[in-house]
Ligand binder design. Structure first.
Ligand SMILES: Nc1nc2c(ncn2[C@@H]2O[C@H](COP(=O)(O)OP(=O)(O)OP(=O)(O)O)[C@@H](O)[C@H]2O)c(=O)[nH]1
Length: 262
């Protein structure tokens, strides 16, 4: 039965070529050929099925790889978004911390730290270039009675309004800060004592003109100030002590005035 197909075909051709073909041998050969074609067909169908299954498996694999890749990409994007938000939050937190460390929360003026940094910088600049520069210590007069009569909140408003005027009356390159309580320090770079006296006079006049409304009343305050010009080589504490001593003199002389250190 298992004759080679070519051999079988040749045999059939030979049988057909005979003038009177013998029916039984031809039928036998044709049946064998038919069986071989059937086997071949079945094998080919099997191969096709296997190939289809393999292709479908490969497609599935590609699909699941693409899906996994997409999922990981989405997860990465999510992580990147969270990290961006976290970094933004940290930046904002840092700014808030820096603001809190360098500014007075009530008046928004700088506090002692930046004032001292600037003072040291101006002292160095003055030592190396020989510029004159001055500081002024200012203190609201009789502030305690304001707190006692009108309450702490009104006292706070007085501090806020006073600092606002102070800032608006000094020059752009002067630095005005809250030294503590109702005391303020103004640093006046590249300024002679005579120039500083005129500026502080203007600041005090601005504050004296201020009217702070408390119900039906209009509150006004005055300022005493002590000024000192930097002496080459002195320590910042000496400079501040001289300004403070001048302020004390102004207070003792009756307040609402300014005094320059000799
Ligand atoms: N409302 C308020 N009061 C403050 C603040 N810081 C300090 N004070 C008050 O400021 C007052 C300062 O009083 P004193 O040092 O006796 O000075 P003063 O009454 O202004 O008298 P002179 O300075 O001598 O003119 C105190 O009552 C403090 O409680 C603040 O942030 N807000």
């Amino acid at each position: 039965m298992n004759r080679d197909t070519r051999e079988l075909e040749a045999h059939i051709q030979a049988l057909l070529a005979e003038p009177a073909p013998q029916a039984p041998p031809l039928a036998q050969a044709l049946s064998e050929l038919w069986q071989q074609y059937q086997d071949l067909l079945e094998r080919m169908e099997r191969i096709t099925r296997v190939s289809d299954a393999y292709q479908s498996m490969a497609r599935q694999r590609e699909l699941s790889l693409a899906e996994r890749f997409d999922k990981q990409l989405r997860q990465l994007e999510k992580v990147a978004r969270i990290s961006d938000r976290y970094q933004k939050m940290m930046r904002e937190l840092n700014l808030a911390l820096k603001e809190a460390a360098t500014h007075d929360p009530l008046t928004a003026l700088v506090n002692r730290r930046p004032l001292l940094d600037r003072l040291r910088a101006e002292m160095e600049r003055s030592d190396s270039r020989g510029h004159a520069f001055c500081v002024a210590m200012l203190d609201i007069d009789s502030f305690k009675p304001i707190n006692d009569s009108y309450g702490h909140d009104v006292g706070d408003s007085v501090l806020v309004e006073t600092s606002r005027v102070m800032e608006s009356e000094v020059r752009e390159y002067d630095l005005c800060g809250r030294w503590g309580g109702e005391e303020f320090l103004i640093i006046l770079p590249e300024t002679s004592l005579a120039e500083a006296e005129a500026i502080i006079h203007r600041v005090r006049a601005g504050i004296a003109a201020l009217r702070i409304r408390v119900g039906a009343d209009a509150l006004s305050v005055t300022i005493s100030a002590g000024l000192a010009q930097y002496r080459t080589g002195e320590r910042y504490s000496e400079l501040l002590n001289r300004a403070d001593a001048a302020l004390l003199q102004a207070k003792r002389a009756g307040r609402d005035r300014q005094q320059s250190a000799g």
